[in-house]
Design a protein around this ligand. Structure first.
Ligand code: UD1
Length: 375
């Protein structure tokens, strides 16, 4: 019998994960009918539509248009709206990705209607419950039926937490499927050149974690380090809406330049598409970030990455990849920058199954689980 699968996409980092799985599922029309739901947590064109266009994700079947809000507002609104979708569409399985609020909201809603849930990117833990994403990961993994993991350390973590072994499926990193598919297109944009930047003579920066930008002391300490670093390499930063708001709120405008690209400055530009972002990253001297995805993408692109966080749920990017976890003190950031920037090329390895075939492995497994009557 043909099974109905409902995919949930909500915020920017979800789109790179949904694209390869959704497009792979569409290759099996006899086995599966796919429904794509966009909750609308991210809604600006350059935070959402641009990614659908560039990554060839078909238009969502259902757009909930839920928008921003506090955590409780986002989660509650998503649950109410998603419950209606599930009651109407009656899918056999719900697929959620990553660790955003919709991942949590939609998995709880589905489970309470007795609909099985598959979680893509299971088993990642920062062990820091001050991070909203950690709570989303813990709850989603606890109630999911199929836990697709990006690395074997995630399997070990899930086993430690008492997850039944048969529910854990190591498939690799699905975001790397997107990176491999679109790397040539990203390279062809020559975006860094369009900005007047020189290969390896600039640094790409992203910063959006509430723990970094919602606290003025922490944010200022990071900016102090970035200012020193920009004296050596021009910094370019596609600015997240949250960070833009906080710069205004804390009156930190003097640290940054928002008026074109200037040498030896922290230059803020509007959020950019996936191709443009990957182009900036692959030609950078190094990347400074607090993003989860960029720690993984830099590992595969072999670009050194300095992560401006106290912990990471992706330790494999440090043990095998090009990532350095430094925290947020300006001294530590600068010390690591001086050490890392001297070496132009990162000596990272690529973790197992970060090979561009993860979506194939997931869909193959879904066919197996469906035939076994597990959904
Ligand atoms: C969310 C995710 C985070 C992910 C990040 C990527 C949760 C808990 N957090 O955080 O894991 O790393 O997305 O970007 O789900 N805004 C806009 N336009 C948009 C989207 C947001 O202006 O298209 C503004 C809104 O004012 C909003 C703020 O940005 O209040 C933050 O957005 P929100 O989705 O709440 O959290 P993120 O910080 O983006």
């Amino acid at each position: 019998m043909r099974k109905k699968i409902c995919f949930v996409a909500a915020a920017r980092p979800n789109f790179m994960k949904i694209a390869p799985i959704y497009n792979e599922i569409l290759k099996f029309p006899k086995e599966f009918q796919a429904i794509l739901v966009h909750t609308g947590q991210h809604y600006d064109k350059n935070m959402s539509d641009t990614f659908f266009d560039q990554l060839n994700i078909p238009k969502p079947n259902i757009s909930l248009g839920l928008g921003s809000g506090t955590h409780a507002q986002q989660t509650a609104r998503t649950m109410i709206a998603f419950e209606t979708v599930l009651n109407e569409k009656k899918p056999d399985l719900v697929v959620v990705v990553g660790d955003v609020n919709a991942t949590l909201a939609c998995s709880i809603t589905a489970k309470k209607l007795h609909i099985p849930v598959a979680h893509i990117e299971s088993g990642l833990r920062s062990f820091d419950q001050m991070m909203p994403e950690e709570i989303n990961r813990l709850v989603t993994d606890k109630i999911s039926d199929f836990l697709y993991t990006p690395s074997e350390d995630a399997d070990q973590q899930l086993l430690k937490e008492g997850t039944p072994k048969e529910n854990i499926i190591f498939v690799g990193n699905v975001m790397i499927d997107t990176l491999k598919t679109f790397k040539p297109k990203a390279a062809a944009t020559k975006y860094f050149k369009k900005l007047g930047l020189t290969k390896q003579q600039y640094i790409t920066l992203t910063l959006h974690r509430p723990s970094n930008v919602d606290d003025k002391v922490v944010f200022k300490d990071i900016l102090t380090a970035l200012k020193e670093i920009s004296g050596h390499f021009t910094i370019i930063c596609p600015i997240h809406p949250r960070t833009k708001k906080q710069i205004k709120e804390f009156k930190l405008d003097a640290y940054v330049n928002m008026d074109g690209i200037k040498k030896n400055k922290i230059n803020l530009i509007e959020p950019i598409g996936y191709f443009e972002m990957m182009n900036l990253v692959m030609n950078s001297r190094l990347v400074l970030t607090d993003s989860g995805g960029l720690q993984e993408e830099t590992t595969v692109l072999k670009v050194p990455c300095i992560t401006l966080r106290e912990n990471t749920e992706r330790p494999i990017t440090i043990t095998q990849g090009s990532n350095h976890l430094v925290g947020t003190s300006s001294k530590k950031i600068c010390d690591t920058f001086y050490k890392v920037s001297r070496k132009p090329q990162s000596e990272s390895q690529i973790p197992k199954y970060w090979d561009g075939n993860t979506a194939k492995r997931i869909v193959k497994d879904l066919i197996k689980q469906s035939k076994a009557g597990r959904f």
